[in-house]
Write a protein that binds this ligand. Sequence first.
Ligand SMILES: C[S@@+](CC[C@H](N)C(=O)[O-])C[C@H]1O[C@@H](n2cnc3c(N)ncnc32)[C@H](O)[C@@H]1O
Ligand code: SF4
Length: 510
Amino acid sequence: MRQGRACAGRPIAPERLRLYAFLTSACYEEHEAYFPTTSARYLEYAYFRESSPQEVLGFWENTLGLVRRGAAPAEMGLYVHWPFCVSRCSFCFCSMRVPGGGAEAAGYLRGLVEEMRFFSPVLRGAPLRSVYIGGGTPTHISCGQLDVLFGAIRGSFTVAPDAEVYIESSPATLTPAKMERLRRLGVTRVTLGVQSLDQRVLEAANRPQSLAGAEKAFRLIADKGDVLADVDLMLGLQGQSEASFLRDFIRVLRWGPHDLRVYAFDPRRSTAFARSGKTLSAGKRREERDLADVLDQIAAMSGYRNASLDLDDPACLCTITRQCNRARSQGASVLGIGPSAVSHAFGSAWYYQPFRRGEVWGPPSYAALESPVEEEMRGYCIRHLATYGGVAFRGFRGLFGRELRDVGQVWRALEDLEASGKVHIGDEGVASLMRGDRADMLVHLKHLYSGRVVSAMLKASGRTPSDFAAAGGRERAGVLAKVADKRTPAILRMYYDAERPRPVPGGARP
Ligand SMILES: C[S@@+](CC[C@H](N)C(=O)[O-])C[C@H]1O[C@@H](n2cnc3c(N)ncnc32)[C@H](O)[C@@H]1O
Ligand code: SF4
């Protein structure tokens, strides 16, 4: 680290921080956005604008032009969404449906194939380094349909010989015949959603599954040693005690999955749990956090290294971030196929297909947000500060061919973060000092957002900067109460504290 360097930035003004706090809660809770890039939620679907198939094709043409000029990573991923499931688990927030009959899934599959063919002429030449089939439950489909799906993937695109091919699965849908078919089709990794092994918890969650069935499904994947077997567990489910969760955790550790991910139940509005009017107490969240330390220790003691226990980081749920480490660290391009799939055409745009729960599948419609290269640079810094603890100058130079210091606005924003005590700028990179609470981190990272993203967020929240500055405290409190995210109380506290009229000496009103 450099010695004696004077900080050139200025601390971020409290008014800006209040604006970022407002944006964080408004755009998240109002629209139940996912967050395709990072835990810092750099981009949220809430403020994407309407787009069209032709336009998204143009995004890809532009991105491939950047790749040819060496200005975008050549890495490409494919995500395909299969929304159907045997039943709806009450905890689940995924874009899923229980199909009305076989015709619905067959029609949806035809739509996926058509969409892949639509992109094929432009993207066939770009080798896919990873393919991820998520859901829903992709192994809900028949062996014949798996053939059609993989035939369309391989027929429309160039899957690199060393590509990782992932699929999500569940104990209720994985049969020996399907597993064999997946092997033949070149699947390299299966994530088995186990969630819980406690019969009472499973019943309360409306999830038909048994302990023996879950272990059998795991063995089907893992026993031949040629396919990586991952397991997902959930913590904080209805009726789940600490003891019941720990039993499951230890049992699954003994199975020896390649990756074991523990997700804290997130009671978003799309879950049957939230729609039935139930809420999760803050106390329960605290207990979960305490338990996370215990889990870390158990995993470490058993020598198991691949447990991901960051219970406070819902970004790890996003399939793009799971897709492959390189895509994850670089924000490389990913083509998403099917409703709810998110696409990232590096240097051009982020876009996705809205998932219309309960509607008949129609032709693809898209919502997009432009992402020129400078936007990618901001996203890169945010992602690295939030997820990896810092931005290395070398990595940045390797990806963008420029020194981070020379990217004027981004660099100035980093200097302001340094003046606010949130980062340290050293000789080799920018280290995050944001060790405080998560809400504080999110608010500060928003300082790296571009004007374009901030105005898109304000537009989506129905506010303008002058509304924000001029509106009376009560009205603002009303807006916030409407969008209040119970999971980010610290953000609200910051806002309310800032808004509460301060006592004036002598008792006079301001
Ligand atoms: C797309 S789901 C697929 C799961 C698979 N269909 C199954 O039945 O297990 C991926 C993962 O999201 C996690 N998940 C689903 N709903 C969640 C929620 N409300 N909060 C936290 N994690 C959730 C589960 O752990 C699940 O394995
Ligand atoms: S957890 Fe899996 S099976 Fe259950 S509703 Fe969600 S996607 Fe479907």
